[in-house]
Design a binder for this molecule. Structure first.
Ligand SMILES: CC(C)(COP(=O)(O)OP(=O)(O)OC[C@H]1O[C@@H](n2cnc3c(N)ncnc32)[C@H](O)[C@@H]1O)[C@@H](O)C(=O)NCCC(=O)NCCS
Ligand SMILES: Nc1ncnc2c1ncn2[C@@H]1O[C@H](COP(=O)(O)OP(=O)(O)OP(=O)(O)O)[C@@H](O)[C@H]1O
Length: 200
C-alpha cells in the first residue's frame, strides 16, 4: 500500500517520518528529491538558471535556496514557474523509488509530499495521512526552526492550503500538537490499522 503523508509546513512531517523509518518502513521524501533534481548538471538546474538568472547561484554554482525562496514566496507567478520546472521531475523520481521499494518487498510505502493537495497528487497514493498542528503552533515552530521573522513565515504559510482544510481530507490524522510520545502512539495505532487492513 502506498500512503501519502502530508500536512503543513512545520506541522511535523519529518518528525513522523523519522518514527516510520525507525520501524523499518520506507519513506520517499519529496523535499529531498526536490533538492537532488536541482543539483548542478541536472536538467531542472539548467531550467532554473535559465529562468531566474545566475543571481540565484552561490559562488560554488549551487542554487542559493534562501535567495530563491525569497523570490518565489514573495511572487506567486515565480513560484508557479519554479513548480512547473521542478515538480514533474520530482513526480518521476518518486514513482521510480516507490517501484523499487515494492520490488524489494515492502508492503507499506509512505510518500512524504508537503504539497500533495496543492499539486493534486491524490491519484499517486491509496490513502492520505495528514500530520496536524494548529496554525499558530505551526507558525511558531517554523519561526524557531528556520530562524524566520513572522512576516517571512506567514508568506510561506500563505503559499499552501490552510492546515485545517487539509485535515478534513485525511484518511488518517496524526495530531502532533502535544508531546512526541503522544505522536508516536498515534503512529503505532495507524500502523496497526494499516497492517490489519492488509492482513499482514
Ligand atoms: C523555494 C526553495 C528553493 C526553498 O528552499 P528551502 O531549502 O528554504 O526550503 P525546503 O525546500 O526545505 O522546503 C521547506 C518547505 O517549504 C514548503 N515549500 C517548498 N516549496 C514550495 C512551493 N513551491 N510552494 C509552497 N510551499 C513550498 C514545503 O512545505 C516544504 O516542506 C525550495 O523549497 C524549492 O525548490 N521549492 C520548489 C520545489 C517544491 O515545491 N518543493 C516542495 C515539495 S516537492
Ligand atoms: N510534538 C512536538 N513537540 C514539540 N516540537 C515539535 C514536535 N514535533 C515537531 N516539533 C518541532 O517542530 C518543528 C517542525 O517539525 P518538523 O521538522 O518535523 O516539521 P515538517 O512538517 O517536517 O516541516 P517541513 O514542512 O518544513 O518539512 C521542528 O523544529 C521540530 O523539532
Amino acid at each position: 500500500m502506498i500512503l501519502g503523508l502530508t500536512g503543513g509546513i512545520a506541522t511535523g512531517k519529518s518528525t513522523v517520518t523519522g518514527m516510520l523509518r525507525e520501524r523499518g518502513i520506507p519513506v520517499i521524501d519529496a523535499d529531498q528529491i526536490a533538492r537532488e533534481v536541482v543539483e548542478p548538471g541536472k536538467p531542472a538546474y539548467d531550467a532554473i538558471v535559465g529562468h531566474f538568472g545566475r543571481d540565484i547561484l552561490l559562488e560554488d554554482g549551487q542554487i542559493d535556496r534562501k535567495k530563491l525562496g525569497e523570490i518565489v514566496f514573495s511572487d506567486e507567478s515565480e513560484r508557479q514557474k519554479l513548480n512547473a520546472i521542478v515538480h514533474p521531475e520530482v513526480r518521476r523520481v518518486m514513482r521510480e523509488e516507490a517501484e523499487t521499494a515494492e520490488k524489494n518487498g515492502a508492503s507499506i510505502v509512505f510518500m512524504d509530499i508537503p504539497l500533495l493537495f496543492e499539486s493534486k497528487l491524490q491519484y499517486m497514493v491509496e490513502k492520505i495521512v495528514v500530520v496536524y498542528a494548529p496554525a499558530a503552533m505551526q507558525l511558531a515552530r517554523m519561526m524557531e526552526r528556520d530562524e524566520l521573522e513572522e512576516e517571512q513565515a506567514q508568506k510561506r504559510l500563505r503559499a499552501q492550503f490552510p492546515i485545517d482544510q487539509k485535515r478534513e481530507e485525511a484518511d488518517f490524522l496524526i495530531d502532533n500538537s502535544r508531546t512526541r510520545e503522544e505522536t508516536e502512539r498515534q503512529v503505532e495505532n495507524m500502523l496497526a490499522e494499516i497492517r490489519g487492513e492488509l492482513g499482514s
